[in-house]
Write a new protein. Sequence first.
Length: 95
Amino acid sequence: MIPDDIVERVREQADIVSIVGELVKLKRVGNSFRGPCPFHQGKDPNFSVSPRGGYHCFVCHEKGDVFSFVQKRLGLDFVEAVKYVGGKSGVEVKE
């Protein structure tokens, strides 16, 4: 079990745009970033990522935070997702 304070530190330090951008081609549109949805293999920029920490698809209505994106896209459980995001964000995660 990862302590809640570590999970929150990872969440705060995570750059969701960078992490999602490794798997989805994103383009800045105003205050957010848009690209094709990786969950329904969309081709139009219906997938929106906010630097404040969330994502949403306007077609399939998939939404969540950096952890749920990594879990769903890479097939990880929550603990693995926190460790993965922590590694990308420079936060050491210990159980």
